[in-house]
Write a new protein. Structure first.
Length: 254
């Protein structure tokens, strides 16, 4: 019992330090916080993707992440899916958005690589060429099979990160490594607490995204307590911290 108490205390201390670090880095980056207007927050392209007309003959798949708006960004990121088939001259984007509609899955809600209400996005994973082309029909099927298209809870889920985690589970070839601060990625219903982690390769035990463990090819070993994920990944070598994400962070190129 004493050992358990010490472990829980260490967990809480690490989480609080990570939250402080997240707050300080947001302040240093002048990221919009509560009080700034979401209607005027930056939404233009972050210039992470090429003009789709310039790569017409190449397919592309990417998953993006950006800090959520306002004070919530100290705690979590928002993630979304982007793809383009060979021959197309436009990108298709899918998010789960928890406002303004009962149909939460939004297609082309905003620019494929746009700032997320003032927060600059980064690419979690990207594939191109034949591998991306072969993946796209399976990604579309995963979008259609998302089990919570009309249910949204910022914590502990289901939310936008639950949606992307579902896609990763359904399409392991995506090789998705969701950051530890993608709150909602570990959400599982009480009726199915055991399954695959968001990478689609490994095993996950999770009770409503509030308590669990991930053992995965991309996740390494990761513990979840009340949505705060803490763990270590071997390949690539990363520390997985609540509120901050994965260190060092992986920023893929399309």
């Amino acid at each position: 019992m004493l050992m358990l108490r010490r472990c829980l205390l260490a967990y809480v201390i690490i989480a609080l330090l990570a939250l402080l670090a997240s707050y300080l880095t947001d302040r240093a980056a002048n990221r919009p916080v509560a009080g700034d207007s979401w209607t005027t927050a930056r939404r233009d392209s972050a210039q992470l993707l090429a003009d789709p007309r310039s790569i017409k003959d190449r397919a592309l798949v990417a998953v993006f992440a950006a800090k959520t708006y306002g004070w919530r960004g100290h705690f979590a990121v928002h993630t979304w899916l982007v793809f383009k088939r060979r021959g197309e001259t436009h990108y298709t984007r899918y998010d789960v958005i928890g406002w303004r509609s009962s149909d939460l899955i939004r297609k082309d809600y905003t620019l494929a690589d746009g700032y997320w209400y003032g927060a600059r996005p980064h690419i979690l994973v990207a594939h191109s060429g034949q591998a991306a082309e072969a993946m796209i029909p399976r990604l579309e099927e995963a979008v259609r099979s998302y089990p919570y298209p009309h249910t949204y809870h910022a914590w502990p889920g289901p939310n936008s990160n639950t949606f992307i985690a579902h896609i990763g589970r359904q399409v392991p070839a995506l090789q998705l490594n969701m950051p530890a601060n993608a709150i909602g990625k570990d959400y599982r219903p009480l009726t199915h607490p055991i399954g695959r982690p968001p990478s689609g390769k490994g095993v996950q035990l999770s009770i409503l995204g509030l308590l669990g463990i991930n053992l995965g090819e991309q996740e390494g070993i990761e513990f979840n307590l009340l949505g705060m994920d803490l763990g270590v990944n071997v390949s690539p070598l990363q520390v997985r911290l609540p509120f901050i994400g994965n260190l060092p962070a992986e920023h893929s190129e399309p």
